[in-house]
Structure formats: C-alpha cells, structure tokens
Design a protein around this ligand. Structure first.
Ligand SMILES: [Fe+2]
Ligand SMILES: [Fe+2]
Length: 171
C-alpha cells in the first residue's frame, strides 16, 4: 500500500518558515509542487529521506522570486525582454540565497535547475538530457502539470475552452 507522507513529518521548520514568506498564491503553487513531487517520489519507491528532500525542493523551488519586483512578476500582459530576463534569474537567485545554509544537493538542484528542459531549451544553463538531475525531472513533471491546470483556470482560457466545446473556435 502506498504511504503518502504527511506534511508535518516532512517540513523542516527553518525551510518551512522561509517558504511561508512567499505570497499566498505562490505558496499554494509551491505546496502543490511539493506535495506532488513527494507523492511521485513515494510511487518510485524512494526512501523517506529522499521523499522529504523532494518535498522541500518543491516547496522552495521558486524562492528566488522573492527577490524580483512584484510589478514584474504580477504584470498583466506581455513582459518586455528585460523583464523576462529578470524573471529568468529566479532559479539562480534562489540557489545563491539558499546555498548559504542548505547543503543538500536535491534541494539545491531543484531550485537551480527546475526550468531546465530535456531538449536544452530551458534556463539558466541550457542543460540537456541526463545533465539534468533525475530528481529535478520529477519536479518539472509535476510543475508542468500544475501550470497547465493554472492556465486552464484563467478566465480567458475558460472562455476559449467553452468556445472550442461549442465549435466557435477550432480545438
Ligand atoms: Fe514554480
Ligand atoms: Fe520557477
């Protein structure tokens, strides 16, 4: 039987406090990524310590956004190239921030590499294939799932889905 880890057993107090400084919507996203990453790690028969680290990596993966202006992060509409480059710095900023007091490579790799992509199109380093640590691929997988769901929840996309379902727009 699958044992799903409970949040209170996994949450390191100090890192949990740090994660809780995120604005509510981002904290909710991070909790979703953390919980799903831990669940996936459990399904893959990872041990309890690995599951805990996957959870904390997910909880902290976007912590670098704390250091980027909300006027950029929450800007409605299209970002300028310069703003986009600012947002793309959040994995590196988060890594540098955590590196001072976190030594675990699973957590640090998740923060630094969660926007790398299998085909090399990601950032910050444009890693390809197995240059990306396995545990980070787990987090990417669940994060992409969360982001797809978030996009579907936006009113404009709901309207688009409705239009598609009624045949107004081709699917
Ligand atoms: Fe994220
Ligand atoms: Fe991110």
């Amino acid at each position: 039987m699958l044992h799903l880890p409970m949040e209170e057993n996994l949450l390191d107090e100090r890192l949990g406090r740090l994660a809780s400084l995120q604005p509510l919507d981002r904290l909710q996203h991070s909790r979703n990524v953390a919980g799903l990453s831990a669940t996936l790690a459990g399904l893959m028969d990872c041990n309890e310590d690995q599951i805990r680290k996957m959870y904390l990596g997910g909880l902290l993966h976007d912590i670098g956004k704390q250091f980027i202006a909300s006027s950029v992060l929450d800007k409605p509409g299209k970002l300028t190239q310069e703003e986009f480059e600012q947002v793309q710095r959040h994995p590196w900023i988060g890594y540098v921030h955590l590196y001072r007091f976190v030594s675990d490579s699973t957590i640090l790799n998740t923060v630094l590499y969660h926007h790398e992509r299998w085909n090399g199109s990601g950032y910050p380093h444009g890693l390809v294939h197995d240059e990306i640590p396995l545990e980070v691929l787990f987090t990417q997988l669940v994060e992409d799932g969360c982001l797809v769901r978030n996009r579907q929840e936006k009113p404009s996309n709901k309207a688009l889905a409705l239009q598609k379902s009624t045949g107004i727009v081709a699917g």
